[in-house]
Write a protein that binds this ligand. Structure first.
Ligand SMILES: Nc1ncnc2c1ncn2[C@@H]1O[C@H](COP(=O)(O)OP(=O)(O)OP(=O)(O)O)[C@@H](O)[C@H]1O
Length: 302
């Protein structure tokens, strides 16, 4: 069973369609990146999964059930707009959220203490939230999302405002949840996090899905880029759609070469070897997810 499934989901605000016929599914144990620029419709989609908003059309299934309060024991959610009760202590805050999700007081307390320890906040269990630094409060908020060991963990822009150490801690927590069998869905417009974490990703722009798949599948939408050092021009070799000289002309010259999307550098190398095309460098450049994002979203904008 999918941990999360959307089929043809539509959400309109007046005449404006914020989410347009969106379908995707996330499996247990999978880290799923929900990517898109500002206003793409990420938060609106996640709010529908959490039953904060209702779709105008389509279907949503959360762990096999319709969105609703009944799912809260199995769900973890870190909202984009953070906020905690300022006069509550760190531990009481986590326990409170654990209780809301149906945990017993002693389970919630035990898990809360373990989380504070894991996040390096064991000495701040009795400190009220208003006396914590911003980063500490964000860690407490993260603890409230995972205290019940959710089967589906939804994180809306979880990395924003975190320093690099706490970003690393959050990445560890995401991996830990997925290894424990949870499906993790996180939205972001920062591709580096997605690059390190995602098994699969979805690219959303103006409410529409532009891409869904693995990182390798995403990269395959771009032309393949190679750096060669050759005696002759690679222009005209099979699969080469562009070749630009990089260095000085001489016996050997460096070239930046592009193959059509999906082109196989191995085929080109084999051809060069078979035809005696002299090479002394042949390197494939791996595109960043950021480049993929600009390519796919930019293509749609054009
Ligand atoms: N309650 C609302 N009423 C009217 N329009 C809304 C409402 N909520 C969201 N929108 C609009 O829907 C679009 C999608 O917003 P959403 O917050 O889902 O985007 P997002 O991808 O989360 O963006 P960001 O990364 O900037 O948070 C935006 O154009 C936004 O202005």
């Amino acid at each position: 069973m999918d941990a999360l499934r959307l089929d043809g989901v539509v959400k309109r605000f007046g005449d404006f369609t914020a989410v347009d016929n969106l379908s995707f599914a996330v499996a247990p144990g999978e880290v799923f990146g929900f990517l898109g620029g500002n206003g793409a419709g990420k938060t609106t989609s996640l709010r529908m999964v959490l039953d904060i908003l209702r779709p105008d059309a389509g279907n949503i299934s959360v762990l096999g059930r319709a969105p609703g309060r009944a799912n809260s024991a199995m769900l973890g959610f870190l909202p984009e707009e953070r906020g905690l009760y300022r006069s509550m202590t760190a531990l009481d805050t986590i326990v409170y959220f654990g209780r809301l999700k149906g945990m017993t007081p002693s389970d919630a307390r035990g898990e809360g203490k373990a989380l504070l320890e894991r996040f390096g906040l064991q000495d701040f269990a009795k400190t009220t939230v208003d006396k914590l630094s911003k980063g500490m409060a964000q860690k407490v908020q993260l603890a409230t999302a995972v205290v019940n060991r959710p089967q589906l963990l939804i994180l809306d822009e979880p990395f924003s405002g975190l320093d690099p150490v706490n970003q690393g801690l959050l990445e560890d927590e995401i991996v830990r949840a997925a290894k424990g069998g949870a499906a993790v869905v996180f939205s972001t417009h920062v591709m580096q996090h997605a690059e390190r974490l995602c098994d699969r990703l979805l690219l959303l722009a103006r409410g529409k899905k532009l891409f869904e798949g693995t990182q390798d599948e995403a990269r395959a939408t771009l032309p393949v880029e190679l750096h060669l050092s050759a005696k002759q021009s690679p222009t005209g070799l099979p699969g080469v759609i562009d070749a630009q000289p990089l260095g000085e002309a001489g016996a050997w010259r460096d070239w930046s070469v592009r193959l059509a999307p999906g082109g196989d550098p191995g085929d080109l190398l084999e051809h060069c070897t078979a035809q005696g095309f002299a090479l002394r460098r042949f390197e494939q450049r791996r595109a960043s997810l950021h480049e993929v994002f600009l390519h796919i979203v930019g293509g749609e904008a054009r």
